[in-house]
Design a protein. Structure first.
Length: 542
């Protein structure tokens, strides 16, 4: 029995790497080449394998530590004699690499040159599978960008671009087998940068070396090419058996994505860059639609996926852009705004009599006088009367923005979805002008001719379903506005006048408001005032 100190082997040019996983515990019995720890540099991660079979006596590093070549990572108890063999087997083949690096003449400065990209030294593993093509012809790549990912028996690795340039062609496809020196494709480079061949032989290197290193320099800095299997990446040892290349791992770490949450689509359940992008896209979509972590971090479980065709015939069609936008906004507003809805009926018997009496005159002016312009005018008067409704909450959560203008949005039902054009300075306009503008905006909305500015800047919204029907509904506040009026269908109802029941034309109103910005008292005053104005439009003159 002998005790052997285990050291960090040649890291292929990487000075310091992070310990990202401890794969064994003290007391574990390991076979030669079993992973002890996993380390990760800028571009690659790799197992540090047991140099010999034996029992782990101690581990002197922990996750998160930084280690360099030669650092002690622990001790192993071995059968006598095994240690020496292991020592010599772990020696890097530096002389060979120094030879390979010498003798590459750089091309003339600024000259465009096509270079064949070769499979670099695979560290003894021959005939590995191409499991991912990370680029396509025409792509611009930086030196070190992953071109393809290959996988051997135990490990996988990125093959990085030897230089910055444009990919002209890729000579391999997923599923091919390749060996050291095989052609991978052609890269167009502008010379003057580092010689291509040298970089191609440094798949894990992160720094550019001088173009022609002396033998002594080459010996002092170990070759970056992987030597033996330990320099290939065994990604599946990390993150609970997740397979992924170093570039994907790096991206996942940068974006804070836990790889085993990502659905793999690559061969052998490998997570590809596309999988990662798809996962992130999905998360962003959920967040934007309000399904995940909206506002204060409300974690709502996503809706289950249901195959409706199991219940009967279905047709699946894409949602319009407007519909998708509305859905996202509604979820956002519904989840962010604490809603209260207050109801009232406005007695618009006199208003209707007046409106009808004015209809002919309005038509002569080419205007259709519906209840909507009256609603706009009454809401504008209420916003002036109860200015606490004409506000928005400041983003910082500490201030209120008070508005000295009265712009009102009007919900319009269009074949493509709900649109809310805005009528400006409603308080300063007459009924005919409002009727004309409301009609023009509703037409523009239905014809898809509204400009973004036509839909911005409202202080308040009116949603009138009166022409369609219904006795009441609770509209969703269109934040950052703090109030919305839902108007339902006028109905003739018996109203007690102190002596008897009389038939009156009653308009059902529902006022939803953001209870963070507006209190119930103000809401009560606002709706009562508004209903009062609709009950006697002469009050607009006061
Ligand atoms: N009760 C009874 N009748 C009403 C009414 C009410 N509350 N409001 C309007 N009407 C009548 C009008 O007077 C008109 O009748 P006449 O033709 O006999 O004069 C008829 O209904 C049709 O009105 P209109 O739709 O042409 O015009 P409008 O001014 O009432 O409405 C607009 C304009 C753009 C608000 C409306 O067309 C619309 O799109 N409403 C839907 C809004 C919506 O989708 N809201 C929901 C948003 S939240 O999901």
């Amino acid at each position: 029995m002998a005790k052997q100190v285990i050291k960090v082997p040649d890291l292929g040019g990487a000075d310091q790497v992070d310990v990202i996983e401890i794969a064994v515990a003290v007391g574990d019995t390991v076979a030669e080449e079993d992973a002890l720890i996993v380390v990760e540099g800028d571009k690659a991660s790799m197992d540090v394998p047991a140099p010999v079979a034996g029992k782990i006596l101690s581990i002197s590093v922990k996750e998160g530590d930084k280690v360099a070549e030669g650092d002690v990572i622990g001790e192993i108890e071995t059968e006598a004699g095994a240690a020496e063999e292991a020592e010599s087997a772990a020696e890097p083949e530096q002389a060979e690499a120094a030879e390979e690096q010498a003798g590459e003449a750089p091309a003339a400065e600024g000259e465009e040159k096509e270079e064949t990209i070769k499979v670099p030294d695979l560290g003894g593993a021959e005939s590995v599978d191409v499991i991912e093509i990370s680029v396509q012809p025409g792509d611009e790549v930086a030196e070190g960008d992953s071109l393809i990912v290959v996988e051997g028996d135990k490990a996988s690795m990125d093959v990085p671009s030897p230089s910055a340039g444009i990919v002209v062609s890729i000579a391999v496809k997923e599923g091919d087998k390749v060996s050291t020196g095989d052609d991978l494709g052609v890269l167009k480079v502008v010379s003057g940068a580092a010689p291509a061949k040298k970089a191609a032989e440094k798949p894990a290197a992160k720094e550019e070396k001088p173009s022609e290193p002396s033998a002594a320099e080459a010996a002092a800095e170990p070759p970056a090419a992987p030597k033996k299997d330990q320099y290939l990446e065994r990604d599946h040892t990390v993150s609970a058996e997740v397979y992924a290349g170093p570039a994907v791992r790096k991206l996942a770490r940068e974006l804070g994505v836990t790889l085993n949450k990502v659905k793999p689509s690559g061969p052998r359940n490998r997570v590809t860059k596309d999988d990662l992008h798809a996962y992130i896209k999905e998360q962003v979509k959920k967040a934007e639609s309000g399904a995940v972590g909206v506002g204060g971090g409300i974690g709502i479980a996503p809706m289950p996926e249901i195959d409706f065709s199991q219940f009967g015939p279905v047709k699946v069609e894409p949602m319009t852009k407007i519909h998708k936008l509305t859905a996202a906004n509604m979820s956002r507003n519904w989840l962010n705004v604490p809603h209260v809805t207050q109801f009232d009926d406005a007695d618009i018997t006199e208003l209707e009599a007046f409106r009808k009496s004015m209809k002919a005159e309005a038509e002569k002016r080419g205007v259709k006088l519906t209840p909507v312009p009256f609603l706009l005018k009454a809401a504008a008067a209420a916003l002036r009367e109860v200015p606490n409704f004409n506000v928005s909450l400041h983003n910082d959560g500490e201030q209120i923005v008070r508005k000295d203008y009265v712009h009102i949005g009007m919900a319009v039902d269009t074949p493509k979805g709900l649109m809310v054009p805005v009528i400006r300075d409603v308080d300063k306009k007459g009924l005919y002008e409002l009727a004309e503008e409301a009609t023009a905006l509703a037409l523009a909305a239905r014809d898809g001719k509204l400009k973004p500015r036509d839909m911005q800047g409202a202080c308040f919204t009116i949603s009138s379903l009166g022409a369609i029907g219904g006795t009441g509904f609770t509209p969703i506040v269109n934040a950052p506005e703090v109030g919305i009026l839902g108007v339902s269908k006028l109905a003739v109802k018996p109203v007690w006048n102190g002596n008897e029941f009389v038939p009156r034309e009653m308009l059902p109103l529902a006022l939803s408001y953001d209870h963070r910005a507006v209190n119930g008292g103000d809401a009560g005053r606002f709706l009562t005032y508004l209903a009062g104005v609709l009950g006697d439009v002469r009050r607009l003159l006061l």
